[in-house]
Design a protein around this ligand. Structure first.
Ligand SMILES: Nc1ncnc2c1ncn2[C@@H]1O[C@H](COP(=O)(O)OP(=O)(O)OP(=O)(O)O)[C@@H](O)[C@H]1O
Ligand SMILES: [Mg+2]
Length: 501
């Protein structure tokens, strides 16, 4: 077996960087850290996405914490999906511990405690910056995908959006969308049929049922105003540190559909908003998704395709996505193959299935003359992980079992009082705090129906005079008629789908 000196040289050479980097800790040989054999991840390749995996309690969330705080320190903003609520400690310095000093002595640099600029975001009624998007912004394509609609049903969704656009009727929340759907086969049936072709009640019934399913997961809190501006995720504090935006999702574990709806809309919005970055020396924003299996769970094929294509494309905007999950097999293969940084904590070999997963995982790492990967995977301690990254030229770095540095911030959560202080300080909480329910499709259509009913009532009471139409607007222009027909919109949708792929 090769000696420590050879190993040190191997790591030093493999992890050399010209530009700035994050130091994750020291590489280990035969279960012991080799002091100063630093495992350095170049900032330049952090937009190449990553994975943090490992059995429960092995240190995944602390690795996420370490990455987030070091990114912040380098002026890179971060967003964290905190599903267990265990990341708020980033806002307070670590109280320190003899064991942490010991760890850092082995690694080769002293431990320094620090706190970081934090914003708390929320998708539910919990305190924090409220994240919302309007149905219009969400758009017909995403909405159809998230509801897993057939082509015919997606065509109807597109017609509803088109109708609201034509009538200058804002589609803000799900209440608006449901109202227009009901109107299309109810009071507004003849208007719709004339302009857009017949819409079947059974199709709108299915769409309505699926919307109600989404609402049952709490989606009505997400759809509406004031919609969140993703540029607010990239704030830098007065000391030049990137903000760490923690989205608290403790109440979302049993609501995977809401979670994936939100994630998809966020990624699509970020993709639309951020400019192409070209060859940059550091990323614009890094997103971490803890318990990532939840977005892949129950996701339809169409949704997975969408996620995959976003993962591929978003990199060029300087956005890095990091998935945190127990088993790498939780992440679809096409996504896995896109990930540049892999931090694999220990895996446990309890069952035959576990052993198979370990074998598969080991095969996915570069070969190393210094390690038996399968053996290392099961013998790593807490706060230790196998790392493989990309160097500045985009080549895989040598495999390194790493004794990871400790988080500089608190490893425990904030108290309620401390959380409140974070929210009280926040300007974003105020900006997004008020609920706005301005006049939108729901109110406009209700008024329209009421007027029509009043008119009909008048007509009934009038002795057979001339009849007036209750419809307020009907376009008879034949070109417009083609442009707004369901078949035409379906055609456009088909092209859109191809383009989005
Ligand atoms: N880098 C580290 N430095 C110091 N201590 C660590 C480190 N990583 C993990 N630990 C210790 O291990 C404990 C468990 O870590 P962590 O919560 O990150 O595990 P996990 O893999 O996220 O577990 P779960 O699957 O249950 O979410 C921490 O509370 C901490 O005491
Ligand atoms: Mg965890």
């Amino acid at each position: 077996m090769a000696g420590t000196e050879d190993f040190f040289e191997h790591i030093e050479k493999g992890y050399a960087t010209k530009g700035d980097y994050i130091n994750m800790g020291a590489a280990m040989l035969n279960g012991e850290a080799v002091t100063n054999a630093f495992v350095k991840i170049p900032l330049k390749t952090l937009n190449r996405h990553g994975l943090i995996a490992g059995a429960t309690g092995t240190g995944k969330t602390k690795t996420l914490q370490v990455l987030a705080e070091n990114l912040s320190e380098k002026g890179i903003p971060v967003m964290l999906m905190d599903l267990k609520g265990d990341l708020s400690g980033l806002a307070q310095p670590s109280p320190g511990h003899a064991k942490i000093d010991e760890r850092h002595a082995k690694i080769g640099f002293p431990f320094v405690a620090s706190s970081f600029p934090v914003e708390i975001l929320s998708l539910s009624e919990q305190d924090g910056v409220k994240l919302r998007a309007t149905v219009s912004e969400f758009g017909p394509v995403l909405l159809s995908r998230i509801l897993d609609l057939s082509e015919t049903q997606s065509g109807i969704v597109a017609v509803v959006f088109k109708y609201c656009d034509d009538q200058k009727m804002p589609l803000l929340d799900l209440k608006d969308f449901k109202k227009v759907l009901q109107y299309a086969t109810g009071a507004g049936k003849s208007e719709f049929t004339k302009e857009y072709g017949r819409i079947s009640t059974s199709s709108t019934g299915t769409i309505l049922r699926k919307i109600i399913e989404l609402e049952q997961q709490g989606a009505e809190l997400f759809f509406g105003e004031k919609s969140f501006d993703v540029n607010d995720l990239t704030r830098i504090d007065e000391q030049g540190r990137g903000y760490i935006n923690i989205l608290r999702l403790t109440d979302i574990q049993d609501r995977p559909k809401l979670f994936s709806t939100f994630m998809l809309s966020l990624l699509a919005e970020i993709y639309d908003t951020f400019p192409e970055q070209g060859d940059s020396d550091k990323p614009e924003l890094i997103l971490f998704i803890d318990e990532a299996h939840l977005i892949f769970k129950e996701a339809s094929k169409a949704l997975l395709d969408q996620i995959e294509s976003i993962v591929k494309l978003i990199r060029s905007k300087g956005i890095g996505l990091y998935f945190v999950t127990q088993n790498p097999t939780d992440v679809p293969n096409d996504v896995l193959s896109q990930l540049g940084l892999k931090v694999q904590h220990a895996l446990r070999a309890f069952t035959a299935r576990d052993r198979k997963a370990i074998k598969l995982t080991a095969e996915n790492y570069p070969e190393s003359e210094f390690y038996d990967t399968k053996e290392v995977l099961t013998s790593l301690g807490i706060g230790e992980a196998l790392i493989s990254a990309l160097d500045e030229k985009g080549r895989p770095t040598p495999l390194a079992a790493t004794l990871l540095r400790a988080p500089m911030s608190r490893m425990d959560v904030l108290t309620d009082k401390e959380l409140k202080e974070v929210n009280d300080r926040s300007s974003l909480v105020k900006k997004y705090g008020e609920v706005i329910d301005r006049e939108s499709a729901y109110e406009i259509l209700n008024e329209k129906i009421e007027e029509a009913e009043k008119l009909a009532e008048k007509e009934k009471n009038k002795p057979a005079a001339r009849k007036t139409s209750s419809r307020t607007s009907t376009r008879q222009n034949p070109v417009l008629k083609v442009l707004t027909s369901a078949t035409f919109i379906r055609g456009v949708l088909g092209v859109l789908k191809k383009v989005m792929r």
